[in-house]
Write a protein that binds this ligand. Structure first.
Ligand code: SF4
Length: 309
């Protein structure tokens, strides 16, 4: 087996997928230039933007916020704010939101927080006691709904998310397993299929960064001091796919890059195929929807009826 050299005499902090070992300073340089290259390669930002970064207080969102904050200091025409959703998951989201608030205060970033309790009347924990549904299904619907609606009200030109290469890889494989290629057509570093003023464009600057790289960057830059996972995540389909892909990656290094790179080759034809998807306006809340009533309003109605019974 060929032993890959380290970058310099300093102690390495990471071994990359290709085997190269990097010290702290070389890794930070490598990681940040990879993110900026992704932004250029996929034309994620214009010269002038009013960006909202979706923050959860986890490693991915704090990493992308920290790098974009540096970019905005160098380019005053790129304005940055943060937006967070408090789902109401006791013992988890309260702690991660504290981390997000501390980071934003320290780095002079405006933070806008919206909660399920205020917007829908119940926390996620309360909703899950009423409805027998998969936590991530209902949580994902309400979060996407609020992020898009509030980003539009805040007049963000783009919504940045902290999705990394591992997240994207899992989504691609999950959609294959469900035979849902229309959902895959909405993936990619510039997510979404339809340009419509009701939708705020979503971009993923960490698209080509592995979870291991993001975790390393977050910890060596002291963006957070512990790793906290949502208690509902363990039951999700995504967690099963994640474990399977991690196992594959461990035995066949580079598997995740191969999945995402081959997906990027097929993405233009997928988008072409699904480009005529019709977007309606929900008859109740007037937010974008693929049906007459959107998924969020359907869940709100189910909760209302269940509480009444
Ligand atoms: Fe919501 Fe599921 Fe994410 Fe937890 S893991 S925050 S329940 S989507």
């Amino acid at each position: 087996m060929q032993i890959k050299p380290s970058c310099c005499a300093e102690k390495p902090v990471i071994s990359l997928t290709a085997g190269e070992k990097l010290c702290k300073n070389h890794f930070i340089q490598y990681f940040e230039s990879k993110v900026f290259k992704t932004i250029r390669q996929f034309e994620l930002l214009e010269k002038e933007e009013n960006i909202g970064v979706a923050v959860s207080g986890g490693k991915d969102s704090l990493t992308v916020l920290s790098i974009l904050k540096k970019l905005s200091v160098e380019n005053p025409k790129i304005k940055i704010s943060a937006i967070a959703i408090d789902e109401g998951i006791a013992g988890y989201r309260d702690k991660s939101l504290e981390t997000a608030k501390e980071f934003c205060e320290k780095n002079d970033v405006a933070l806008h927080v919206f909660s399920y309790k205020e917007e829908f009347g119940l926390t996620l924990d309360e909703m899950l006691k009423i409805l027998n549904v998969k936590p991530c299904s209902i949580c994902g619907v309400f979060r996407r709904y609020l992020l898009n609606k509030k980003s539009r009200e805040l007049k963000f030109t783009k919504l940045v998310t902290g999705h990394n290469l591992d997240d994207e890889c899992q989504s691609i494989v999950m959609n294959q397993f469900r035979n849902d290629m229309a959902a895959s057509a909405r993936l990619g570093p510039r997510a979404g299929l339809i340009d419509d003023k009701l939708f705020i464009p979503r971009i993923k600057p960490l698209y080509l960064c592995t979870e291991k790289e993001v975790t390393t960057y977050a910890f060596i830059n002291k963006l957070l001091d512990n790793f906290n996972e949502c208690p509902n995540a363990v039951h999700s389909h995504r967690a099963q796919v994640r474990d399977m892909l991690n196992d594959f990656e461990q035995k066949n290094s580079g598997t995740k890059y191969s999945i995402v790179n081959s997906f990027l080759e097929t993405l233009p034809s997928l988008r072409e195929k699904y480009k005529n998807a019709v977007i309606k306006v929900c008859s109740r809340c007037h937010e974008p929807s693929s049906n007459d009533v959107c998924s969020a309003c359907n869940y709100v109605e189910k909760l209302r009826l269940s509480v009444r019974v």
